[in-house]
Each structure stands twice: as C-alpha cells, then as structure tokens.
Design a protein around this ligand. Structure first.
Ligand code: ATP
Ligand code: MG
Length: 287
C-alpha cells in the first residue's frame, strides 16, 4: 500500500510563511528543498507542503487538493468554505479595523451610513454592517486599500492593522476594530482515518511547541523556610524541584512559569525571599 502523506497548504510568501515554517521546524519536521518549489515533502514526517497564495488556501483545502492549511482567521471567515477550524497557532496576530482620514469628525457607526468603504474583505464588512444595521457601499480592492480615501475612491477603509504605522503614513486613523485574527490551522471536510492520524500527531507536536513557547523554566535560590511560600506562587507542572545549596539552610528551587504571569509573580517571589532568579526558555513541553 502506498504510504499516505498529509498535505499541508502554506502561504508561498508573505506574513504567514515564516511563522508557518518555523512552527513546523520546531515541531521537528524537516524539509530539504528551497523556496521556489511548489511542493516540499518532509524527509522525516509523513507530510508534504504545497505553497499557495493565502487567499487560495481555503478553496484548495475544501477541494481536498490539500488536506489542511494555515491561514489567517480573517481569510478563513472571509472565504466561507466548508473547512473546520482546528487550532489557533499563536502567530500573525492582527486585527481588521475601520479607518477614516485623520481629522474626520467620526461620531460612531452612524457616520458610515451611506458612505463608501474600500476593503479586501467584503464578506466580513457586510456581516459587520448588517449586524449593526448600517447601510454603506462596499468597494472591493485587492491590495493597497489604504490609498483609497486619498484618491477619492472611498470615505473609509477596512483593513488589517497591527501597529497602525501603515494607516499613519497614509493619513488615516483607526476608529473601530471589527475582528481579531491570528494564524489558524484549518482542515478540509471528510479527512480519511490515516490522514486524521497524521494530523493528530502533528497537533500533538504543535501543542508541545506552543506550550513551551508560553512557559519558562525558572531557577532561584531561597532560604529553606521560604520554600513553601514560593512553591505556592510557582507550583509548576506538578510541584517544584528542590535541591540543597552548599550554603547551609538554603535551597535551589526549580519550576515552570507562564510567560504572561511571570512579571506579576516576580514581586511575590522577591518578597518571599527568592534571590538569584534565572528564567530559561523551554524547547518542548509535554504535560
Ligand atoms: P498572498 O500573496 O499570499 O495573497 P497577502 O499579501 O494577501 O499574501 P500578507 O500580507 O502576507 O497577505 O498577510 C497574510 C496574513 O497574515 C493576513 O491575512 C493576516 O492574517 C496576517 N497579517 C497581515 N498583516 C499582518 C501584520 N501586520 N501583522 C500580523 N499579521 C498580519
Ligand atoms: Mg492574499
């Protein structure tokens, strides 16, 4: 029997490409060939990549030219295909927002009534307008949406914003976020058992990589009487490891902390008597 491979559609080049390739690499999946190729089989895991424009990925996945794909949630929602959202991947974070020329007396969504909005996301914009009972025209353009107001093509735009610097340099101001987005793994309808099993293995690895990214290994020294209090602040995966220091009455305590909680915990640790705190990245983490 021919060995099955799970076919993964990845953006050919752009904002999702590096994040997608890094995630697969950190999951221990290697690809030998170069950037210009359309397809890349892995040398050590039963997957094969196909490189496409991000807009085309939902269609190819629905048609099962690829089994799964990595796209922004914005594209997943906009394209409305029969794919399943499987897992948020924690990169390519951005938002879709309404922006208007700087200095506009924008008073709220009412301001949009009867206006013209330029966007590459007509479905998402129409859903938003319908939900808020606003009637406005939608002018679809596929790139450089931010220049539309300046050339008289539209009164407002809906586009991707991350830092806001593109809006700024085009004389626009963000007035209303519409949706948040990050990279998403999507799967096509009716995945066969064998491919589903490969997908489950892939998800297990992605989970290990992403948990590791969000967690850090922490080592600190403390007087023995502080061990209990510190263990309550940073219990880790089970409970901290304690090792005696050569200095009598002192220990080294090792645990795992969540990146997001770290800065709020640090004061409590110091107050409890912790010293010489080291925080180290973790490569993989399996719970
Ligand atoms: P393609 O040529 O594949 O069609 P594109 O130009 O449409 O590419 P990119 O600009 O590479 O798309 O963006 C791909 C996805 O990355 C977007 O759909 C969005 O989900 C996310 N993204 C876009 N801009 C940013 C940003 N500034 N920060 C973070 N994520 C972003
Ligand atoms: Mg695109």
């Amino acid at each position: 029997m021919k060995l099955q491979r799970l076919r993964i559609a990845v953006q050919k080049s752009g904002r999702l490409r590096d994040g997608s390739m890094n995630l697969l690499k950190e999951a221990g999946i290697s690809f030998s060939n170069g950037k210009d190729q359309l397809k890349a089989p892995s040398s050590n895991f039963p997957v094969e990549l196909i490189f496409l424009r991000d807009d085309d990925i939902p269609q190819y996945v629905e048609d099962r030219v690829a089994d799964v794909g990595i796209v922004g949630e914005n594209i997943f929602i906009e394209k409305q295909r029969k794919n399943d959202p499987i897992k948020k991947l924690g990169f390519a974070q951005c938002r879709l927002s309404i922006a208007v020329p700087r200095g506009t007396a924008y008073t709220g969504l009412d301001w949009l009534e009867g206006k013209n909005i330029a966007t590459s996301y007509p479905e998402i914009v129409q859903q938003f307008l319908t939900r808020h009972r606003v009637k406005a025209g939608i002018h679809v353009i596929s790139g450089s949406v931010e220049i539309a107001p300046g050339i008289g093509l539209a009164d407002a735009i809906v586009d991707i914003v991350s830092t806001g610097s593109t809006l700024q340099s085009n004389g626009l101001q963000e007035v209303q976020p519409i949706m948040d987005s990050e990279a998403l793994l999507i799967a096509g309808p009716g995945l066969e058992t064998e491919r589903r099993e490969i997908l489950d293995q892939l998800l297990f690895r992605i989970e290990a990589v992403n948990s590791a990214r969000n967690n850090k290994y922490i080592l600190l020294n403390c007087p023995d009487e502080a061990i209990e209090r510190i263990s309550q602040v940073i219990p880790g995966m089970n409970s901290p490891t304690i090792m005696p220091l050569a200095r009598k009455g002192w220990s080294s305590l090792h645990s795992v902390v969540n990146e997001n909680d770290f800065w709020s915990q640090i004061d409590q640790l110091k107050a409890a008597g912790a010293e010489g705190i080291l925080v180290i990245p973790i490569e993989k983490m399996i719970r």
